[in-house]
Design a protein around this ligand. Structure first.
Ligand code: GTP
Length: 371
């Protein structure tokens, strides 16, 4: 079996962190998201994964190579060009890359297609079995969410056939089933997608299949999070740490006076200063250095960042090799780009974004983007 992973989006909602790395390389409990996806596919009998790349294609190919978890990796590019402006112009959306990879995916058997920014413990083997026995052109995995107004709701009829999609309903109360971004397609799907053109699976292909009664819904009961938005990325990281039973204290150097509140993932080479309180819901990447009396919770810190004495960080994502000086306070929803410097005593209010390599030496307004 083969799988196609959509991995060429710009990831604008995770900027500025996605300016310097593709979304699928973002760490979940200190492991790149794509590694978790590939591991799960390999353990569900997938023998080859095709990465549909566009934005930062070279970086991805260089980082991932040609095999992972005993599985062959191949790359299918939206367009063989290099400037980011051209990337945006030639992006094929979620459908175009499927058609683009037609030759690699072949015409003999069904295959998986999935959004690269999905964190899931779905049982792909069972999904494939159900797809085969239903005889539809496509099967969409469905996740139950409690805030469906942010997604498109899927209406399922008899025989688990998907009847229609309701885009971002304003008045929906309670939970509902939404498109989980994981699919099984018969090769017949290629007839529904135009060649070398931008095309949306969600808007152009699935409604047509639903009208024809050839679209199956498969409910996922296991962990599922779309980590494409900062707050969901933090939640996904927390749920993954909890679900995977990751131990808070691996090979880090930890002072006995440090307080760790579950769930926390600490990578190799992390140092923690005395009287710091870490967690709940926190990842500290490789080589992160935390000073004394630091407080960090509900956050993700990428490798090699330095957090100095008495700093406080809540509900934020801190990029790689960032320097946070003493007494800095970072409130919820902040995204700090790689190599940024936040100078002593600065308070960042909610939802501030700081671009890579920027130095912050004065106070910043709420929801501001510092370039
Ligand atoms: P935002 O800009 O934050 O919306 O993120 P995104 O660009 O990744 O878009 P979205 O989350 O809707 O994309 C869903 C999945 O499709 C992600 O895994 C993307 O990487 C992928 N994707 C989106 N657009 C393209 C594209 O034009 N080409 C390829 N190859 N993949 C894409």
């Amino acid at each position: 079996m083969k799988a196609l992973i959509l991995a060429g989006g710009l990831g604008t909602r995770l900027r500025p962190l996605s300016c310097t790395r593709p979304k699928i390389l973002f760490p979940i409990a200190n492991v790149p998201l794509i590694d978790l996806t590939l591991e799960r596919l390999a353990s569900n009998s997938v023998v080859e994964s095709v990465l549909a790349v566009n934005f930062m294609a070279e970086k991805l190919q260089h980082t991932l190579g040609c095999s992972k978890h005993g599985m062959k990796l191949t790359y299918s590019r939206d367009a063989p060009i290099s400037s980011s402006k051209q990337h945006a112009q030639r992006a094929l959306g979620t459908g175009g890359p499927v058609k683009q990879a037609e030759r690699i995916l072949g015409s003999k058997e069904p295959f998986f297609v999935m959004n690269g920014d999905i964190l899931s413990k779905a049982n792909y083997a069972i999904m494939m079995e159900e797809h085969k026995s239903a005889g539809c052109v496509a099967t969409i995995a469905l996740a139950r969410v409690t805030n469906p107004s942010r997604y498109g709701i899927v209406k399922v009829g008899s025989n688990r056939r998907i009847e229609s999609f309701i885009e971002k309903p304003v008045s929906q109360a309670g939970s509902a089933l939404v498109n989980a971004g994981i699919y099984v397609f018969e090769p017949e799907i290629f007839d529904y997608i135009p060649v070398n053109k931008k095309c949306s699976l969600e808007r152009a292909v699935f409604p047509r299949l639903a009208d024809e009664g050839r679209l199956l819904g498969y409910k996922i009961e296991n962990l599922w999070v779309d980590v494409g938005k900062p707050e969901d990325y933090i939640v996904g990281n927390k749920l993954w740490i909890k679900a995977s039973g990751i131990s808070a204290i691996p090979r880090a150097v930890i002072d006995s006076r440090v307080q760790i509140e579950d769930a926390v993932a600490i990578d190799e080479g992390v140092t923690l200063g005395e009287e710091s309180i870490l967690g709940p819901n926190l990842s500290l990447g490789k080589g992160v250095r935390v000073g004394k009396r630091v407080l960090i919770r509900d956050s993700i810190v990428f490798p090699n960042t330095i957090i100095s004495n008495s700093a406080t960080i809540e509900g934020s994502i801190i990029g790689e090799s960032v320097t946070i000086e003493r007494d800095v306070k970072i409130k919820g929803g902040c995204l700090i780009g790689d190599n940024a410097l936040i100078q002593e005593g600065i308070t960042l209010p909610k939802n501030v974004k700081i671009c890579p390599s920027v130095t912050i030496s004065e106070s910043v307004e709420e929801s501001h983007c510092m370039t």
